[in-house]
Design a protein around this ligand. Sequence first.
Ligand code: TXA
Ligand code: MG
Length: 336
Amino acid sequence: MQTAFLDSSNIDEAAEYLKSGEVVAFPTETVYGLGADATNEEAVRKIFEAKGRPSDNPLIIHVASIKQMERYVESVPDVARKVISHFWPGPCTLVLNKKGPIASSVTGGMETIGVRMPSHPVALALIDKVGVPLAAPSANSSGKPSPTTALHVKRDLEGKIKAILDGGATGVGLESTVLDLTDPQKPTILRPGGVTREELEAVLGHVWLDAHLSDDSAAPKSPGMKYKHYSPEKPVWVLPESLAEAKEILDQLEVEGENVGLLASEDWLKHLKTDWRKNCSLGDKNRPQQAAARLFSALRELDDEDISVILVEPYQKTGIGTAYMNRLEKAASRIL
Ligand code: TXA
Ligand code: MG
């Protein structure tokens, strides 16, 4: 299949492809999504095919208005209204009981549905033009780091999808938070993401974490969380929190003849930078949102270098650092 490359002046053309049952990659504020008409079974099937995605992993539907969302969920409890009024449009997906004519493969046979209103103007305009919600997972090949530019999408999916709508680099850089509200008394984070637990708790009071997020042996409630994820071809190892220990490990690996790629904050790079090492910056250590925004793209960048292993600096598991560490630990084959 010939993949068309579109930009924000061609939103109409992208909308036409979607209306005719094709899949189109589009920008959101988190990562690029691979969209299809969520009410069209055949169109949604093409998403799973293009990505090589397991069919028991449900998709998020993307809406352009609250009114549109109300057509596809059984009810909107007060707790959901609160989240919506504070965080929509934005990187927070709500899991609610479903209703209405959504393709069954979107929800993988579940009674619930994940829904979010993205804040990216191109995404909103596109959904609005198509007139139905867009089912969309991240627009990467299954298992690879999520795409934060149109070029990443091209690398993974050219020839497999109808079009790529380029809206520049995404802002947040990690996917949305998935918040289960099917028990309104017990709002539960199934996947940490762009809206932090701290931000949610400031509005809702206590917010629970799905058991698998703190206990490796627990089964995740969000089916997607059980799969291997976000991994470049090269092995990814997470460095220890101590800079001194990290330095020792890097030096030792190089004595052993490894060609190391290093992904670290400016603060660490000041101490660890060497001429022979391939370095990539995560930005200011005190601004973990910069690390979140750069992680996926930096993993892809280092993957293209002539190195044998990618070593990455860990961040504190608070605020957006929680989502950063969740993605990094999933991408990693070793935690040092
Ligand atoms: O930021 C994002 O969320 C991006 C952009 C494109 O919107 N999308 C994204 O989709 O990350 P995907 O398919 O890569 O991840 C969706 C996650 C998966 O972990 C899936 O298991 C979970 O949401 N999910 C979807 N529907 C669910 C449901 N009904 N119940 C529980 N988890 C659900
Ligand atoms: Mg994904």
